[in-house]
Design a protein around this ligand. Sequence first.
Ligand code: NAD
Length: 253
Amino acid sequence: MFFKLPCLYYVFDSFANIRPMEKPSSIVVLTGAGISAESGIETFRAADGLWANHPVDEVATPEGFARNPQLVYEFYNQRREQVLSDDINPNAAHTALAKFEHEFEGNFLLVTQNIDNLHERAGSRNVLHMHGELLKMRCLNSQMVFDIRESLNFDTQCQCCRSPGNLRPHVVWFGEMPFHMNQINMALEACDIFVAIGTSGNVYPASSFYQTAKIRRAHTVELNLEETGSSFDAHVYGQATEVVPRYFEGLLT
Ligand code: NAD
């Protein structure tokens, strides 16, 4: 929350201490599965989350895909079908970030670990999907990326090779390198404020972004349902649809 004084903005840290900082000119936001939970997409680590029914090494590793591609296709086909259903829509937290991006006069980068398309559907423009996208597939031969809305299986023909078995979900699996890391690191090193929303901090390298941001003394903030144990400068706990609109409206006033 900022209060304008002649040249300074004041930031509330956990409502306990207040420290002055200059008007922010650059903000990086990282989102995780928690921001889409209230839209009806399960997080991975909740007791009833995705991992409970789908072992990670079977559906989210290159080795699992090599062992049983059909199982992996089916897992992502179900996720894709869910995201495309009429029941799944952006929530107030996605919308608040899109509104903020539109109104903020400085640099704004939204990095998401999510593979859904809810940020784009809410109107966000400058979004980097570091873990890939559910509505894209990739050719294993050419590395070309294609849009996909229908189900994918081992017999689906690649649009460039015209042969089956060459396509995989355009999703980063455990053990693979996330996308856009150079761009993300440059933005983290230059930002004044770093905000992590709805992420447990269990997946590296996203879990270390707040430390990178701190190198240049950025103010780091966590908005999450519950404590994650990470050492941000400020923590605001609550449902994303409540805390995200409130926090970002505060930044604009
Ligand atoms: P995670 O499941 O490890 O953690 C989710 C975090 O969100 C938890 O800390 C939880 O307390 C918090 N949370 C849950 N509901 C919330 C709410 N309503 N408001 C605010 N916070 C809430 O997810 P992760 O840290 O993002 O890491 C898991 C990996 O799996 C990431 O790559 C993630 O994006 C991916 N994933 C993506 C989707 C999706 O695209 N929507 C869904 C599941 C998992």
